[in-house]
Design a protein around this ligand. Structure first.
Ligand SMILES: [Zn+2]
Length: 321
């Protein structure tokens, strides 16, 4: 028995040397509202590629401004759509301000958005789809940054940055640009009649890290045939970050259907619960988060703020889960 174990271990080591990229891991660190918990506003995740490139996905309201010390270097920001809880219309005063249930997100990020402020401070690229890049380019230019850092990846196309391939996929959601980002007479006139600016469709993302790990970031979405036809059949995503908060996107039952029947990944990270998902780091009984975990057939990991998880090329969690 011991002999076989030793042979298996040697084989694993040999495989790791033969395919070094496969043995490398992509790191995922949630930047949520309260350390060690999964809170209602939590969306922001920092992905770190094995080559050191750092990607911030949907900063939302829980990143405490561009000088939040948890950010570090940010090379790329992904914005799924323009709603304030994703692009960031306001944010935490500082990390852990307020409580999990009632965070102190009293700092306005208008009219630039938190995504733009971070991009200006860190000289990050903002990758988005639809007609969002011209908005980001104009805001970057107005802030003294480089408008070329607003990068387009429209449906079916992709961009490769530092060996990481990024594509957008459809999300069944709305994507109105709040007039607060527009300002002036036009912004006021739009606000008075209750309409938003048109920046095209909301999106999700497919990110292929340099170790080969393919990740699906759902964004806010309903159930969509593309989740099978495009996300599974074409991109073959193995790790899914699935929004499951209900009301604004799929709820736990719908999100579980998306995972079990359409995307069929190896591992899932729950996101966007719009509830207190954990208490003292443990999933809260009776929560949507619990219902989602119970309904999904593969491992679901809860994004506890500040707790880094590592995934290998096959989307197996190797550290931190
Ligand atoms: Zn949302």
């Amino acid at each position: 028995m011991a002999r076989f174990t030793r042979i298996a271990a040697l084989a694993a080591v040999a495989a790791a040397f033969a395919f070094p990229a496969l043995a490398q891991t992509a790191k995922v660190t949630p930047l949520g509202g309260i350390d060690g918990e999964f809170c209602p506003q939590d969306r922001a995740l920092v992905f770190e590629d094995p080559n050191g490139t750092r990607i911030l996905y949907d900063p939302g309201r829980t990143v405490a401004g561009a000088d939040d010390p948890r950010l570090g270097k940010i090379d790329v920001i992904l914005v799924s759509h323009m709603h304030g809880d994703h692009v960031g219309n306001a944010h935490n005063k500082e990390p852990n301000s307020g409580t999990c249930e009632k965070p102190d997100t009293s700092v306005s990020a208008l009219p630039e958005s938190l995504a733009v402020r971070i991009a200006l401070a860190k000289k990050s690229k903002i990758v988005s789809g639809s007609e969002m890049p011209p908005f980001f380019a104009a805001k970057l230019k107005a802030g003294g940054g480089d408008p070329a850092n607003a990068v387009l990846a429209r449906f079916g196309g992709s961009v490769t940055i530092s060996g990481i391939r990024i594509a957008t996929v459809t999300a069944l959601h709305s994507n109105g640009l709040d007039p607060d980002y527009i300002g002036g007479d036009l912004g006021k006139a739009m606000k008075d009649v209750g309409i938003a600016g048109d920046v095209g469709l909301a999106t999700g993302f497919i990110v292929r890290f340099s170790n080969g790990l393919v990740t699906y970031l759902s964004g806010d979405t309903g159930i969509l045939a593309d989740q099978e036809v495009v996300v599974r059949n074409h991109y073959n995503a193995k790790l899914a970050v699935m929004n499951m908060g209900d009301g604004f996107s799929t709820g736990p039952t719908e999100a579980a259907y998306v995972i079990n029947e359409l995307v069929r990944p190896v591992s899932v990270i729950a996101s966007h619960a719009n509830e207190v998902g954990t208490v003292n780091g443990k999933v809260r009984a009776g929560s949507k988060t619990e219902a989602f975990i119970k309904a999904v057939k593969v491992p679901v990991y809860v994004p506890l703020s500040g707790k880094t998880m590592e995934f290998d090329a096959t989307a197996k969690c190797t550290v931190g889960c």
